[in-house]
Design a protein around this ligand. Sequence first.
Ligand code: HEC
Length: 64
Amino acid sequence: MKKHNTKELAFYILKEMKIMGFTMHKAASNFTMQAQKKDMKKTLQALSKLTQNCIACHQTFKLK
Ligand code: HEC
């Protein structure tokens, strides 16, 4: 029987995480930009997108 390839699995998880992390960072800078422009409506929209990214990643990695 073959051993589980943990290296391959770790690589897959890291890749997923990188993509999500990148999306989150983009959402975060967008939030900062809108906040600096003092556009309340867009700031709240950006914040909502940002938190959705947080939740998505935590769900993927099964955080309590
Ligand atoms: C790329 C995936 C990813 C994204 C995006 C992400 N997180 Fe996390 N977060 C994690 C992981 C994985 C942990 C668990 C780290 C650990 O247990 O050591 C964590 C832990 C946390 C914790 C600590 C939880 C605890 O019980 O100690 C907080 C708070 C948190 N994240 C907030 C956020 C917020 C707010 C955002 C969005 C701005 C965010 N995270 C975006 C992956 C992510």
